[in-house]
Design a binder for this molecule. Sequence first.
Ligand code: PMV
Length: 330
Amino acid sequence: MISTASALAHPNIAFIKYWGNKDQDLRIPANSSLSMNLKELETRTRVSFDPSLAGDQLILNGIPEEGAALQRVSKMLNRIRNIVEFNTFASVESENNFPTGAGIASSASAFAALSCAASSAAGLSLSERELSRLARTGSGSASRSIPEGYVEWQAGTDHDSSYAYSIAGADHWDLVDLIALISKEHKETGSSLGHTMADKSPIQGARVKDANRRLEICRKALLERDFTVFADIVEQDCNLMHAVMMTSDPPLYYWLPGTLEVMRAVQIWRRQGLPVCYTIDAGPNVHLICPAKEADKVKRELGSFPGVKSILECTPGGPTHLLEPDFPGV
Ligand code: PMV
């Protein structure tokens, strides 16, 4: 009998970043991190365990995938098959409504949706914490896309102690993430490989050692809705991660000239009194974070940059959840 389930997950943007693992296979991170789910961006994934299949199948945005992408999905499915002790293969269909692999953390929503849909299709009923742990094994940041709103991922030391939880609901603070798309190209070095290189930077140790200080400042500013403190710590944390990337061996440069242009402009705007800050993941696009009432002004300012191809506007998002099995469009 074919057993099917579908799930929807949002990607998230980290305010305090995850870079580097204590355990590469289980993706136990070097430091704890903090993020916001992005409501308008969605991954919808349907998983069908089908006894007639001779192997797992993956269709991503309508295109059949093989090789590394399929292997990574199969690894997650194997974890679930081991738990329920069956060996039926699955077909996985997944759609993103945003560009894949361009620094918008598509792997976070991909593995959050996959772990939710696949565990349900396999007959498991996992708690939020269990799902967060499972999603983490596919992509570290996916652990943060499971709970709702503003989310902290406690690094922990092993599989049991490394999971994410919500520290505030989506309606706690009406922050907006304006994603300035500098390039939609697929990045050269994916974050999975990047994490394995983090320890090659002589400053990763200092970044990790100071991470709890930054996290505590950021959490407090977020809970108190103190944008001034929040903005400075978010930018410092982002700059530290990119400093590690650039000083790895070989060095990783995710920025393009347009990235730096926007970063510099954001700092000038803030000095002039506009509450906005930037953060950047493993890609060239710049996430401009501001209170909702400032979003139109920031968008107008951004509109004058020739390097900015388009702008995506995101508000705080909810948790990963199951959809009706035959949800249209999946
Ligand atoms: O979950 P991964 O392996 O795609 O790593 C995400 C790394 C960053 O996006 C650069 C930082 C973060 O905390 O999301």
